[in-house]
Design a protein around this ligand. Structure first.
Ligand SMILES: [Fe+2]
Length: 340
């Protein structure tokens, strides 16, 4: 990006602060001709980066992402149009997913769904948005089961989008989970679909955490509590609003139980596991395991990615005693998935 142009007047800047709203940089792909300029916000100042009356080009969007801009700021009129275009594009691809090239369609759907998930995070109480997410991802799960051989391809293509981890992590962990479940042949198709959905929707409760907390390396006790409650928030946000049975909502509610178990094993936590009998099933374990594998092997703003071996060391301690056979299958699967 060239030199940034500052907004000249203080009053003008103040007016912008009241008017502009953020969207994800990736959502600019859904923009047509812009009525107003697009801004970035840095050190308390708005800088225009795309002019009014133009289209955001792929080059500009890629440059913004490479420069670590997660959000851009737009006038509400342009945002409404982009959000409507995104919803329409998602509905269109959902309806025609099986028509044409499965690699292209699947990749496009994953990208649009992840961008739409950002909207759900911004408006977690909006029923229409949540239903669109649910129906589209459920439809996608059927498509992914039919096209299971492409799951590693879809996974790697989504990692290349450079979405913020809060948006990519749910889909990445669910793609990997589904890929593994296909190899062990222990579940019916409907169970695969529901486990995929539970895994994908498990972090919706993160929407109640303020954006700036995600990239902080050190959190105070209150923030730690906020993060550790997100699984409960997910359950509360979803219960009664989506057609997913209690079993799967319970998996969502306890999707971090392995982390608690590890803390107990390490003697760092005295807390007793709640609802132990309902939680410690193989389904809950696998949903939790793939969340951990993806989180550990992906970079975060405050740390580098860790190796698969480091992730497996941790997971071994969490599940190998209870599920030795599944753990062995997991090691074989992950080495193949990451081509090691
Ligand atoms: Fe989570």
């Amino acid at each position: 990006m060239g030199a940034l142009k500052e907004i000249p007047s203080y009053i003008e800047h103040h007016r912008l602060a009241l008017k502009l709203k953020p969207i994800l940089v990736g959502e600019l792909y859904l923009a047509r001709k812009l009525k107003f300029p697009v801004f970035i916000f840095r050190n308390g100042i708005f800088y225009p980066v795309i002019s009014e009356g133009t289209f955001p080009t792929k080059d500009i969007i890629t440059t913004l992402i490479r420069n670590s801009y997660r959000e851009v700021y737009l006038y509400p009129e342009d945002i409404s149009e982009i959000k409507a275009n995104l919803e329409n594009a998602l509905i269109k691809i959902t309806r025609s997913l099986s028509v044409g090239d499965p690699l292209e369609n699947g990749t496009k759907d994953l990208k649009l769904l992840s961008l739409n998930l950002a909207g759900v995070y911004q408006n977690p109480h909006n029923d229409d948005l949540l239903m669109l997410q649910f129906q589209s991802s459920q439809n996608l799960s059927k498509f992914l089961i039919e096209n299971k051989k492409f799951l590693p391809y879809y996974y790697h293509s989504l990692t290349k989008e450079n979405f913020h981890f809060t948006l990519s992590q749910p889909m990445l962990s669910s793609l990997m989970l589904l890929s593994f479940l296909n190899t062990i042949h222990a579940f019916h198709e409907k169970e695969l679909e529901n486990l995929f959905m539970a895994s994908y929707l498990k972090d919706i409760g993160m929407s109640l955490i303020p954006d700036e907390k995600y990239d902080q390396k050190v959190l105070n006790e209150r923030d730690k509590q906020l993060f550790s409650n997100h699984a409960d928030y997910s359950f509360d946000l979803l219960e009664g609003r989506i057609p997913l049975s209690k079993n799967y909502l319970t998996i969502i509610k306890h999707h971090h139980f392995l982390n608690d178990k590890l803390l107990l094993l390490l003697g760092k936590e005295q807390k007793k596991l709640q609802d132990k009998d309902t939680v410690l099933g193989i389904e809950s374990t696998l949903v939790a395991v793939f969340d951990i594998v993806v989180a550990m092997t992906s970079p975060r703003p405050y740390r580098k990615s860790q190796s698969l071996y480091q992730a497996l060391e941790i997971i071994k301690r969490m599940m190998a005693d209870d599920y030795p056979q599944e753990f062995r299958a997991l090691v074989v699967f992950l080495k193949q998935f990451f081509k090691i």
